[in-house]
Design a protein around this ligand. Structure first.
Ligand SMILES: [Fe+2]
Length: 274
């Protein structure tokens, strides 16, 4: 475990029997997340496995018409987003692929996606002490596995936030490499009035963990590059939101409850070694 920047902590892990096993106990990881800090788990998931998620998603998308109507949250779809998000009320430009019905995908795409989403699901279950499975459950929270492509030339996601529960901890897995596959763009956060940019700190296979009520955003890919929806170049991530799409949206005012956690956490970290 290493503090690589203020509020940014890297934690090593092993990828063993399809499970992400961190070098410190799950409760300790959650304590760091809740202080709050941004925690980057070096999952150890092989790069070839991660890249196969991009290839499989692209192959699936090439055979699946773009979704255009309102989201139904009960299917597998992909959509080019360029608007003010209805739920988060933040501007956005990216191409997302949402697999709410992941178990209904055809083989071998289903198995390929599950080689990454299942370890993420199990890891999140361990962190939050849940035992949730995939599947659409109207009126209840459920998983919304998503592969997001941030094209070159100006993709981004504006500052927004979410209710802390039931997600508790957000997860963002890098499917390709900063400095090689793309040179700009990453997730940013604000903690205790301090801006934490993870751009350049997240390598392929790194899983960012963040307290879900922290204000966050995705910084833009460089406008110096030419934009194209059809060019697969750019940043690719896998995320695993867990929420009820028909539930209460985030408060209009940014949640600041975590500030109280910082005060109490300071007393603890002054004795801890990072
Ligand atoms: Fe978000």
């Amino acid at each position: 475990m290493k503090e690589v920047a203020k509020y940014l902590i890297k934690v090593n892990a092993e990828f063993k029997d399809g499970q992400i096993v961190p070098e410190i106990p799950y409760e300790e990881v959650m304590r760091l997340v809740n202080e709050p800090n941004i925690v980057i788990i070096k999952t150890g998931i092989p790069e070839t496995t991660l890249r196969s998620i991009i290839d499989t998603t692209r192959a699936w998308a090439s055979e699946t018409p773009l979704a255009e109507g309102p989201d139904t949250f009960d299917n597998n779809q992909h959509k080019q987003r360029l608007h003010i998000a209805k739920i988060q009320k933040a501007p956005q430009l990216f191409h997302d692929h949402t697999f709410d019905a992941i178990l209904e995908l055809d083989e071998p795409a289903k198995q390929t996606l599950l080689t990454v989403f299942d370890p993420m699901r199990q890891f999140w279950n361990k962190l939050t002490e849940n035992n949730e499975e995939y599947g659409i459950r109207k009126g209840q929270p459920y998983f919304h596995p998503q592969v997001t492509h941030y094209p070159l030339g100006g993709s981004f996601f504006g500052r927004h936030w979410h209710p802390l529960n039931p997600q508790k901890v957000g997860t963002i897995l890098a499917l390709n490499q900063y400095g090689k596959d793309y040179n700009s763009g990453g997730t940013g956060y604000v903690i205790n009035d301090h801006i934490v940019e993870t751009e350049g700190f997240q390598d392929v296979g790194d899983l960012i963990l963040f307290r879900y009520d922290l204000p966050h955003w995705v910084s833009p890919s460089s406008f110096a590059d030419r934009f194209s929806w059809d060019d697969p170049a750019g940043r690719w991530v896998a995320i695993l939101p867990f929420y009820d799409p028909w539930g209460t949206p985030a408060e209009k005012d940014e949640p600041q409850g975590w500030k109280a956690h910082i005060q109490s956490a300071k007393n603890v970290t002054s004795e801890a070694t990072i």
